[in-house]
Design a binder for this molecule. Structure first.
Ligand code: ATP
Length: 230
């Protein structure tokens, strides 16, 4: 459904992605792993058109998206929840959700409040009065009510307390069960292993490993080689 083929992306003259290829199929949750600076965020930004790859192809349901404006890509249903979450801090939780609702989304307001009971409890609070975990939940909920056809998540558990991380894992499981495919950038391997169908590992802008969850789990040398802190 999402096919990234040999993309090369740059910041100015700095060649950051050097031929990244990956796929996310219908109903899959796929993780993108790698050390800091490997190019994970840049890959997500390239998929949504914030960074425009200078070479390579990205297709979503068979149509090329390289060269499209970010809003056009978003309109096709590719939703990015960025690392710094992107919620409106001056609006309440309810307002943040109401302005994101799109008719035809498979997720209604009632559905997301059901998925995130904390957001229902905090619905009258301002975005600026939420904990980090609640902000993350709101950012994901906003993406859902907008009717995503694929969800790209950039380090959703970063900086969150373990109990909130567990809550998010359950929520991501529900999202996966609903059939929305997910491409997840995540440093927390436990989270990845609880959720993923397949993993990709990036290093210096290249995919250095790709395998199913079972293959990845069966070979701990991959973790030592590519993911151990240097
Ligand atoms: P992290 O986990 O630290 O976010 P990452 O794997 O997501 O790492 P990217 O953020 O994609 O990595 O960064 C890849 C490379 O591009 C790094 O060397 C980084 O310093 C560089 N880079 C990222 N953003 C910019 C930018 N706006 N301008 C210039 N260079 C950038």
């Amino acid at each position: 459904m999402l096919t990234v083929t040999d993309i090369h992306s740059y910041y100015g003259k700095s060649h950051v992605l050097e031929g990244v290829s990956l796929t996310v199929n219908k109903g899959e949750l796929v993780t993108l792993l790698g050390r800091n600076g490997a190019g994970k965020t840049t890959t997500l930004r390239s998929i949504v058109g914030i960074v425009s790859p200078r070479q390579g192809s990205i297709t979503f349901d068979g149509s090329e998206t390289v060269g499209m404006e970010t809003f056009e890509i978003a309109r096709r249903g590719i939703a990015l929840v960025p690392e710094h979450r992107g919620i409106f801090r001056m609006l309440t939780v309810a307002e943040n959700l109401e302005i994101a609702v799109r008719s035809g989304s498979q997720w209604s307001l009632a559905d997301v409040y059901g998925l995130f009971p904390r957001l229902w409890e905090r619905r009258k609070n301002g975005g600026n009065a939420l904990s980090g975990g609640e902000q993350q939940m709101l950012a994901i909920a906003r993406a859902l009510v907008n009717g995503p056809r694929i969800l790209l998540l950039d380090e959703p558990t970063e900086g969150l307390a373990p109990v909130i991380v567990d809550e998010l894992v359950n929520i991501l499981r529900e999202i996966k069960r609903s059939g929305v495919p997910v491409l997840l950038v995540e440093q927390n391997l436990n989270v990845c292993r609880k959720l993923a169908d397949r993993h990709y590992v990036l290093e210096q802008g290249q995919v250095v490993y790709h395998g199913t969850a079972a293959e990845f789990d069966a070979d701990p040398t991959i973790r030592d080689r590519y993911l151990a802190l240097s």
